[in-house]
Design a protein around this ligand. Structure first.
Ligand code: DAH
Length: 341
């Protein structure tokens, strides 16, 4: 019996080596391991053997069965192609490496920077972690002034040597106004694009981290007319030559008079639609003539110089330009969104 099993094992292994394709393998499997297979038959007949023999031969037979099953499994895997070695065709073109690209906010920021540079403005930077002074006090929002409540501020949990909290994440790029005046004096023409932060409950219109572009022009005899000319140029650049601009009085502590700026809705051309909430107009910036206190804080004499300032919400401008309905997409890192630009 033992010999018979050993012989059968040799036979099966011999035949397995000869099998050249999956079909042949399957036939062998049926022949030996199938319900009526030769090995199966032998295993079944073991039950007729006497005690000791049964134990000894049974063990051997089971080992052999296992060995053969493993061999079958191994060959099946090889035939199924999973383990076939890939051949390299060196003449094929290489795989292209995807190139990164700019966030849509950066695209619009670059466009605006170019436009302002062409009108003689410098592009400046400023710190995102800012002092309470430059973010608020310097732009005419003194401590405890109710205007501080207009912006939900992230205060930094660190007291200065006088025991005051004097660091904030800047809430607007207006924080750079007085810095620029102190550094460059008058006359001055600059824009400041950059990141701002507010403690917002985020939704489709609100984001805790967003972008603005601030503008400042100071010289002798600067009036609202100069401001309107510059801002109209920007509006047309952004939304097309047909675009009209309107400015309506609005309070901002750092300007007097202050105005918000609206452009005709580019979607309905001012007729009224969902985007402009049927008003025909879209609000895109705040602006005004620089408050004398701010000029003074920057070391500029308001009796000699005047100026205008404005601040665009870059996310909003970009949303309107590309029809993006959720401001949170910009910082989401979602490639399905980003790859569209
Ligand atoms: N800093 C304002 C804000 O974040 C925007 C703004 C309004 C900037 C009027 C200006 C301005 O320079 O003149 O809401």
């Amino acid at each position: 019996m033992k010999d018979k099993i050993e012989k059968l094992k040799e036979e099966i292994l011999d035949n397995l080596v000869k099998a050249k394709e999956e079909g042949a393998l399957r036939d062998l499997e049926i022949k030996y391991l199938g319900r009526k297979g030769e090995l199966t038959k032998i295993l079944r007949s073991l039950k007729d053997l006497s005690g000791n023999e049964k134990k000894e031969i049974g063990q051997l037979a089971n080992e052999i069965k296992k060995e053969i099953e493993d061999k079958f499994a191994e060959m099946k895997k090889a035939f199924s192609g999973k383990e076939k070695k890939e051949q390299t065709d060196v003449t094929l073109p290489g795989e292209k490496i995807g190139r990164g690209h700019l966030n849509p906010v950066t695209i619009v920021q670059n466009e605006l920077e170019d436009l302002f540079i062409s009108m003689g403005f410098m592009v400046l930077d400023g710190p995102e972690l800012e002092s309470d002074f430059y973010n608020f006090t310097a732009v005419n929002i003194p401590p405890n002034h109710p205007a501080r409540d207009m912006q939900d501020t992230f205060y930094i949990d660190k007291k200065n040597k006088d025991g005051e909290y004097d660091l904030v994440m800047r809430t607007h790029t207006s924080s750079v106004q007085v810095r620029a005046m102190q550094k460059y004096g008058a006359p001055l023409r600059c824009v400041v694009p950059g990141k701002c932060f507010r403690c917002e409950a985020t939704d489709v219109r609100h984001e805790h981290t967003f972008y603005q572009i601030e503008g400042l022009m100071i010289d002798k005899n600067i009036s609202l007319a100069n401001m309107k000319a510059v801002l109209e140029t920007v509006a047309k650049k952004l939304y097309g030559e047909e675009t009209k601009l309107r400015m309506r009085p609005k309070f901002y502590p750092f300007v007097e008079p202050g105005a918000n700026g609206e452009v005709t809705c580019f979607l309905c051309q001012g007729e009224g639609c969902l985007l402009c909430k049927n008003s025909g107009w879209l609000e895109i910036f705040g602006s005004g003539l620089v408050h004398p206190n701010v000029l003074r804080n920057g070391g500029i004499d308001p009796k000699i110089y005047s100026g205008f300032a404005f601040g665009f919400g870059l996310n909003r401008v970009t949303q309107l330009k590309y029809g993006i309905d959720d401001v949170r997409l910009f910082n989401s890192g979602d490639m399905r969104f980003l790859q569209q630009f």
